[in-house]
Design a protein around this ligand. Structure first.
Ligand code: NDP
Length: 286
């Protein structure tokens, strides 16, 4: 079997074209969606993610602004800035790029963002609403993954979805969204004994580990749908996923590449959330 490749770059481009029209209509009604991104410190990877987000936002007509703060910023200073942005009616979405310097507690910062502007979907109110299945801002990477599956009409209901990774931003929420779609979900992590036993039974396999090419073809069930979330930089400078792509191509029915897979979809979903915020569709906890 040769798997079909789900190209996240192309799908994200299609979504951006549709969003461009949505934003143009909003602007006609006097609302220009505004996303404010806060970058603390000089992490090169964070800087490059932020640039990608700004570029995508401007492509669809979302107004984005970047606030850059030095590495020495205190938690108090950052919290005060967030408070100001929360109160600014011209700001619809607030994104604080993670990770933060070690003197700043990330959870404090996440919880300081108004849930009505929480376009990253990391606030406990957003997470709680996701778990209860209510309308909310969904975290961008898991939301992007579900959108990729749906774009190919991949059946989720009744399928066994195995997630490798249990982070708060990827593993846990993607499992929850799949559960909401009536999959049977298994979470695996670094303490899982005999990982293969689980992955070999997966109809939908999500790898969110952060280890280059760790998931080789013997982990994959024939015909499975394989979603590779990992972004790993090799010594030669190239980016690669958590899945051995060539091996997956031979065994899976669908596979996502890295790059051009989940990454661009994550950004597209951030734009979707920003438009939702501008429309005032998430009024909880204002
Ligand atoms: P974390 O480091 O927070 O989580 C990694 C998870 O993998 C942990 O739950 C860990 O288990 C588990 N793990 C580590 N080693 C193994 C192993 N040998 N076997 C099984 N499980 C293991 O990472 P993130 O969730 O933030 O990100 C995961 C990957 O996805 C990274 O490469 C990251 O760069 C990428 N990413 C990509 C995004 C995109 O847009 N494409 C967005 C966000 C992340 P334990 O909990 O026990 O430690």
């Amino acid at each position: 079997m040769t798997a079909e490749i789900i190209n996240g770059k192309d799908l994200a481009q299609e979504l951006r074209m549709a969003m461009k029209e949505e934003v143009a209509a909003l602007i006609q009604d006097g609302i220009t969606p505004q996303l404010t991104v806060v970058l603390v410190g000089d992490n090169p990877a964070s800087r490059s993610y932020v640039k990608g987000k700004e570029k995508a936002a401007s492509e669809v007509g979302i107004d984005s602004s970047l606030i850059e703060l030095p590495n020495s910023t205190t938690e108090d200073e950052l919290l005060k800035l967030i408070q100001k942005l929360n109160e600014d009616a011209g700001v619809h979405g607030i994104l604080v790029q993670l990770p933060l310097p070690k003197q700043i507690r990330e959870q404090e910062v996440i919880e300081a963002i108004s849930p009505s502007k929480d376009v990253d979907g990391f606030h406990p109110i957003s997470i709680g609403r996701m778990i209860t299945g209510e309308d909310t801002f969904l975290p961008c990477t898991p939301y992007g993954i579900i959108t990729m599956l749906k774009s190919r009409n991949i059946k989720i209901e009744g399928k066994h979805a195995v997630i490798i990774g249990r982070s708060n931003i990827v593993g846990k929420p993607v499992g929850q969204l799949l559960l909401n779609e009536n999959a049977t979900v298994t979470y695996c992590h670094s303490r899982t004994a005999d990982l293969k036993t689980y992955t070999q039974d997966a109809d939908i396999l999500i790898a969110a580990i952060g280890r280059a090419n760790a998931i080789t073809s013997e982990y994959i069930k024939e015909g499975a749908v394989v979603i590779d979330v990992g972004i790993n930089r090799l010594d030669n400078g190239k980016l690669t996923g958590d899945v051995d792509f060539e091996g997956a191509l031979e065994k899976a029915s669908f596979v996502t590449p890295v790059p051009k897979g989940v990454g661009p979809m994550t950004i597209a979903m951030l734009l979707k959330n920003t438009i939702k915020a501008a429309k005032g569709l998430n009024n909880v906890g204002k």
